[in-house]
Design a protein around this ligand. Structure first.
Ligand SMILES: Cc1cc2nc3c(=O)[nH]c(=O)nc-3n(C[C@H](O)[C@H](O)[C@H](O)COP(=O)(O)O)c2cc1C
Length: 136
């Protein structure tokens, strides 16, 4: 059974390149072995991550991510069973987002990751991904 989970969180300190590289390095190695795919977006000290995979493997990973002191205020905003993956090829892609980006302001003026509803936030993310070049 495949599920998709999306959460938002706040970086504990500033998000530095070192923090990001270290997260992505672990994520890629671990996710590839565990059949997990997804995307990590970050901007203005906020993380938005979508993870897809087998329910058991994903729950184990979430438990680890929740314990990670590099972020806080972690909120799951979407959890759904899925038939197909949205990100089948990415063990973990990475996108930098700016909440001041014209596309976000124009198409989603009300955008606030901590109050937007999950489906909305997921749509915004897919929009963003189409207009950016994720690194994977
Ligand atoms: C925002 C964020 C996203 C993360 N995403 C992943 C991920 O997709 N896969 C992964 O294995 N670890 C991810 N991590 C790292 C885990 O929290 C954890 O450090 C790592 O899995 C090693 O776990 P361990 O120290 O219990 O061995 C992420 C951490 C943060 C802060």
């Amino acid at each position: 059974m495949l599920i998709r989970v999306m959460y938002v969180s706040q970086a504990s300190g500033g998000i530095t390149t070192t923090v990001t590289s270290s997260i992505l390095e672990t994520a890629k190695a671990h996710n590839a072995v565990n059949g997990i795919t997804g995307v990590l977006c970050q901007g203005q000290d906020i993380f938005i991550q979508v993870l897809e995979g087998e329910r058991k493997a994903l729950n184990r990973l979430l438990a680890r991510i929740f314990r990670d002191s590099r972020h806080k205020e972690i909120e799951i905003v979407l959890l759904q069973e899925i038939q197909d993956r949205m990100f089948p090829l990415w063990a973990m892609a990475h996108v930098n987002i700016s909440l001041d980006e014209p596309m976000i302001k124009l198409n989603h003026p009300e955008f606030d990751p901590f109050t937007a509803n999950g489906a909305q936030l997921y749509e915004i993310l897919v929009d963003l991904l189409q207009q950016s070049s994720p690194i994977n």
